[in-house]
Design a protein around this ligand. Structure first.
Ligand code: ZN
Ligand code: ZN
Length: 419
């Protein structure tokens, strides 16, 4: 690490310290705080301090003030003895946690603002991180991502789908579900209910499979070919209003047909003739849908093609969650109203009712006063609050504290010497 980088880190830590001194009263403790494990990622050496426990929120706030971590977490689990080693904690249960992160959603802009370099062979790439390096097969990378507006908007869409499923299909009330902006590139949804606490990892995997629609078969949801009058073949399928995945398949199919371009249809490997037919009869087809469902009404679209269309419709309805987070019953999750070490923004609760108009780049700003002089190596154009900044390349700029801190935390800028 260069001198400049160490200085920058110190500077960011001082800013975080300032925040925790001034806002310790706004720290929101998790329910049953005394039964949770806490963990803190430290600025120095990126060390994780774990197995901490606090009797009350005052204890916790005091600790944040003295420790000044880069990131603060608590366990989704409840333990008899949270401060003990893992085997001796005595697990009592855990909340059900969902994480929707732009990292898991392939957006077109990821190719512009996200880059990675393989730690082993130094090969570089753009867009979503591969599981293994395409050149050497090693799974370790140095990645550079960006909390971009388009990416967060797609995370919002995935979150809305998840929320709908949890409410309509699982029957969780809005009282039991809490929604948060992570402070970086996504949203967290916590279900706190006695009914979910005792679920083990396998049971949580079942819920995950439902949410991401794994192994869905349209046939089992009523998309079947039958022999009608005079042995004519008719296709029947689920209706738009059907409950559960049946209705989701129907609605997904409708949505897909409504928006699909010929090249979208080509992508799911439909035959040329089928694509032409669907494109030509788009309007009438969609009209008929509203009445009774369209399955099989178009001459020239065979059952196999319908299956492909419905399968894609189902995929569009599934919610792209980070599956590992939900199945891990010992997960540490970010503490509400604490700072995110990669952005200097806060993790904050989002009102479920106003979610669609929620603006993370306004609501999550922690530092609202002053400006800072920094040297930016490389930053894309971005917005914070009502202002737009950048793009910058090797430039010295003076920015409002929150914008400057975002660049410093993302490793895109360094502090300017004050001498
Ligand atoms: Zn490699
Ligand atoms: Zn993006």
């Amino acid at each position: 690490m260069s001198v400049k980088e160490i200085e920058t880190k110190k500077f960011v830590k001082n800013k975080f310290s300032e925040y925790y001194r001034e806002h310790s009263s706004s720290i929101q403790p998790p329910t049953l705080i005394e039964k949770r494990e806490f963990g803190f990622l430290m600025f120095k050496g990126r060390i994780m301090v774990r197995h901490k426990s606090f009797k009350n929120v005052d204890d916790l706030s005091k600790n944040l003030k003295t420790l000044v971590p880069s990131d603060a977490y608590y366990s989704s689990a409840y333990y008899e003895r949270p401060e003990e080693k893992m085997e001796e904690k005595s697990w009592l249960g855990a909340d059900l946690i969902f994480d929707i992160d732009a990292d898991h959603i392939p957006t077109p802009c990821a190719k512009i603002h996200d880059t990675w370099v393989c730690n082993n062979c130094n090969i570089a790439g753009k867009g979503v991180l591969p599981e293994k390096c395409p050149a050497c097969g090693e799974p370790r990378f140095n990645e550079k991502t960006w909390p971009c507006e388009v990416c967060l908007e797609s995370a919002k869409i995935e979150t809305l789908k998840l929320m709908d499923m949890l409410k309509q299909d699982f029957g969780f009330s809005s009282k039991e579900t809490n929604l948060y902006f992570s402070g970086h590139r996504g949203y967290h949804l916590h279900v706190e209910s006695e009914e979910v606490q005792s679920l083990d990892s396998m049971a949580r995997k079942e819920i995950v499979d439902y949410i991401i629609g794994i192994g869905l078969e349209t046939k089992l949801h009523g998309l079947v070919e039958e022999r009608g009058a005079r042995k004519a073949r008719v296709l029947t399928g689920p209706n738009l209003e059907d409950p559960g995945w049946s209705g989701r398949i129907a609605r997904g199919t409708y949505e897909f047909l409504l928006t699909a371009t010929p090249s979208d249809l080509e992508e799911i490997r439909l035959k040329r003739k089928v694509i032409d037919t669907l494109t030509q009869h788009k309007e009438t087809n969609l009209e008929k849908w509203k009445e009774k469902g369209p399955w099989g009404i178009i001459k020239g679209v065979d059952t196999a093609s319908w299956r492909k269309i419905a399968q894609h419709g189902a995929e569009m309805q599934s919610a792209k969650i980070d599956t590992v987070v939900t199945t891990d019953t010992h997960r540490l999750i970010r503490l509400n109203n604490t700072l995110h070490g990669k952005t200097g923004l806060k993790k904050i609760e989002v009102p479920v009712t106003g979610f669609e108009s929620f603006d993370p780049f306004k609501s999550a700003i922690a530092f609202k006063e002053g400006t800072l002089k920094i040297i930016v190596q490389d930053a894309p154009k971005f917005r914070l609050g009502d202002q737009t900044y950048g793009p910058y390349k090797n430039r010295q700029v003076e920015l409002p504290t929150a914008a400057a801190l975002l660049l410093l935390c993302k490793g895109r800028a360094k502090v300017k010497e004050e001498k």
